[in-house]
Design a protein around this ligand. Structure first.
Ligand SMILES: Nc1ncnc2c1ncn2[C@@H]1O[C@H](COP(=O)(O)OP(=O)(O)OP(=O)(O)O)[C@@H](O)[C@H]1O
Length: 731
């Protein structure tokens, strides 16, 4: 085919040969083909199918009917168009295609006449005759023999004659008649002329018909093309929108590309950085590898050690395993024993279970009884509840009475307090008790000077150096405690006065006597005293806190302690923490709170133990010196003052009371103590202050207007309390 298209010069001039070559080409292309006999029979269906398939193979995009026969003719370009005539390529079916085939033959006839009339005329016998007619141009048509004209007049004789030849015949006849001047034409020529003209007319009408058909076809195709154009236009407009979207996308892609480029740049930088890091890491890895190598070697060494250890351990394990197996054997034996024991135990448990079962049954019976009794108890409880509610009502009434009584209690208490203190007053503001110290071990009791101890405080002391009445002296005291009197008995007479302190009175308790006469013993107690040996101080303080605790619902008390010593007419603080021995000043006028030495430390106390701790501290600080009479003789007055501040809970009225516990210095005569120098001076100060105290007490007892407080530091310190105090003096 290609060769045919390219106008291969080797093609044969024989059409049947050409058809064979065509069919061979079809076989090469594996296209279903027609047979030569089909062409001979005129059956065109297989031929057309073959050609359609061929066309579809080589021109796949062209629809069958879109190719006009003319275009196919032009394409074929073959001068031997019998096998490849335009009609064979036409897709028109049936009659129409047949027409086209016919028309094509006509056209071919016309064309061959116009373009190359000679070869067509040569191929057809009638054409040959027409050639001969044409050759008659030099002769005359009128002179044609009748037989020849008759042959030309035969039907179908002119069918294959070229139209140009026919027209030449007509022209020739007409020219010939014009040349004859008279215009006559023979009948034979006229018949020939008519025949030729009729053939020409027939051909023209056929051509016109064909043109009409073609025109219709073209119209139909035009409409088709128009609709296709519209579709394509629609598609083109759609394509515009799409192209716009594509442009946007392209823009977006460009921006994305820029971003990607930037990212690539940063990634490149990262890559550089990473490469550096990689180098660094590689370096580290190489060092690590070296370390690893070293470690590996060490590990190998360790492994070898461990292997040796493992072997030894394995041996140990094997030994232990043997031991364990032995133990296991023992254990098995034990288990067997235990199993037999457990068997006996289980039998015992079964027995016990039976016992428990019977006990349970008994308990169940008891439970039933308990249930009965609980219901009866419930009833009793209900009864009791009723009784209780009645009782509560009655109690409420009684409680009201009690509340009323409590209202009056504080009034009664105040009255009671007043009466109590009046009784104390009646007993005397100043009480002087005498306590006789027992003989020390080794002293002869026959050498006693005490002749008589009366019931009412009379004491007769014998002075054996003086004869007669002068040898006996009578002393009168509020009470005399004999050598056998206990600490508790001594305190019992003082005890009521402690209560008065909490009622707002000032109480002074002195211990007066010679060195070694038992002042400290009476006031404090012996060294490391037990509760039984406690002196007046401890017992008084204990009572003070006890009573204050009992009264806390009506009066709240706060207590503070001061402890000073008067040594050589100088006042020192015994409770100072810094241990300073600074001299303290004394206020000349009595203060409402009873504080005569304001600069002395005031330590708040909440319990007896607090005070005891402070007293221990004070006693340690107290100046103690040795004399011929007593190794532990104190030559200073110690004054322990408990300041009590009370506040009535209801009224808020304040209460101020002071308790002075005074352990006076030894009152022995100077000549007897056989002291000189500093000791003599100490003794003189002591005697002077004791004498001043005696004067003050005498003036108070006599109720003198003038009381000489200013004669000693001792009386000055106690001035605020001595005037309105209850005084107790122990001799
Ligand atoms: N009633 C008593 N019963 C038993 N022992 C006593 C009694 N009174 C005092 N003593 C003892 O007598 C000794 C002297 O007593 P204490 O120290 O109390 O005398 P003092 O008058 O305080 O002497 P100073 O003036 O030196 O302080 C102490 O050993 C004491 O235990």
């Amino acid at each position: 085919m290609q060769r045919e298209k390219e106008g291969d010069l080797n093609h044969s001039s024989d059409p049947s040969e050409n058809i064979k070559r065509f069919l061979a080409a079809m076989d090469d292309l594996v296209i279903p083909r027609f047979k030569v006999s089909d062409l001979e029979k005129g059956s065109m269906k297989t031929v057309i199918d073959c050609l359609v398939t061929l066309r579809a193979r080589f021109i796949p995009n062209v629809v069958g009917d879109s190719i006009s026969p003319t275009s196919l003719i032009a394409k074929s370009g073959s001068p031997h168009g019998d096998a490849f005539s335009p009609g064979y390529f036409s897709p028109l079916p049936g009659e129409e295609r047949q027409k086209v085939v016919t028309d094509s033959k006509f056209q071919r006839a016309l064309r061959t006449t116009v373009i190359s009339e000679q070869p067509a005329a040569l191929r057809h016998p009638v054409g040959h005759k027409f050639h001969e007619v044409f050759q008659l141009k030099q002769g005359r048509y009128a002179d044609l023999p009748e037989a020849k004209i008759s042959e030309m007049m035969k039907p179908n004789c002119l069918d294959n004659a070229p139209t140009q030849s026919l027209l030449s015949v007509v022209n020739g006849i007409l020219d010939e008649s014009i040349e004859r001047k008279n215009g006559e034409i023979s009948n034979r020529v006229a018949c020939l002329l008519r025949k030729v003209v009729q053939e020409i007319e027939r051909r023209i009408s056929t051509q016109a018909e064909h043109l009409r058909t073609q025109n219709n076809l073209f119209k139909v195709r035009e409409e088709k093309y128009q609709s296709r154009i519209r579709v394509l236009e629609a598609l083109a407009s759609g394509t515009n929108d799409e192209s716009q979207i594509v442009m946007d996308q392209l823009q977006h892609v460009k921006s994305e590309r820029v971003k990607i480029e930037e990212r690539e740049k940063s990634e490149e930088e990262d890559v550089i950085k990473l490469t550096k890091e990689k180098d660094h890491n590689n370096l580290e890895i190489s060092t690590l590898k070296q370390e690893l190598e070293i470690t590996k070697k060490a590990c190998e060494l360790r492994c070898t050690n461990m292997e040796t250890e493992t072997k030894s351990t394995q041996k140990d394990f094997e030994k232990k395993l043997n031991e364990l197996e032995h133990l296991l054997e023992n254990s098995r034996n034990t288990v067997k024993e235990l199993e037999s024991n457990s068997e006996t135990k289980s039998q015992r448990w079964n027995q016990k279970e039976n016992i428990y079962q019977s006990v349970m049954e008994f308990q169940f019976g008891a439970l039933q009884e308990l249930r009965f009794s609980s219901t009866s108890i419930k009833q009793e409880i209900l009864k009791a509840q009723n009784i209780y509610s009645e009782e509560f009502d009655r109690l409420g009434v009684k409680l009201k009475v009690l509340a009323d009584a409590a209202e009056n209690y504080s009034v009664v208490l105040a009255e009671n307090r007043k009466m109590f203190n009046e009784i104390q007053d009646l007993k005397g503001n100043i009480r002087v008790y005498c306590r006789i110290r027992p003989f020390f071990p080794g002293q002869k009791e026959k050498r006693t000077t005490i002749e008589y101890i009366g019931e009412n405080g009379e004491l007769v002391v014998a002075n054996r150096s003086k004869p007669g009445k002068e040898g006996h002296r009578l002393f009168k005291f509020n009470k005399i405690f004999g050598p056998d009197a206990t600490q508790a008995e001594v305190f019992s007479d003082v005890q009521p006065l402690i209560r008065s302190v909490l009622d707002g009175y000032n109480v002074c308790i002195f211990a007066y006597g010679q060195t070694g006469s038992g002042k400290t013993y009476t006031m404090t107690g012996p060294n490391s005293a037990t509760k039984e040996n406690w002196g007046v101080n401890y017992r008084a303080l204990n009572d003070l806190f006890d009573i204050s605790q009992r009264r806390r619902s009506s009066i709240i008390y706060e207590m503070g302690v001061q402890m000073v010593e008067i040594y050589n007419e100088q006042v020192r603080d015994l409770l100072s923490n810094d241990g300073s021995q600074k001299k303290l000043g004394i206020l000349s006028h009595s203060q409402p709170n009873g504080l005569a030495v304001p600069d002395a430390s005031m330590q708040p106390v909440k319990s007896t133990s607090d005070v005891m701790d402070l007293m221990d501290m004070g006693l340690r600080n107290r100046a103690v010196g040795a004399t011929a009479l007593n190794e532990r003789s104190s030559r200073s007055h110690s004054v322990l003052t408990i300041h009590v501040v009370g506040r009535d809970v209801k009224t808020g009225a304040p209460l101020l009371g002071n308790l002075h516990l005074v352990d006076l210095a030894g009152s022995e005569r100077v000549d007897r103590s056989e002291v000189v120098g500093d000791r003599l001076r100490e003794a003189q100060h002591i005697n002077k202050s004791l004498s001043a105290l005696g004067d003050v007490i005498f003036a108070l007892a006599q109720k003198n207007l003038h009381v000489p407080y200013r004669n000693s530091k001792l009386t000055q310190v106690l001035q605020s309390s001595l005037g309105i105090s209850l005084l107790v003096i122990f001799f």
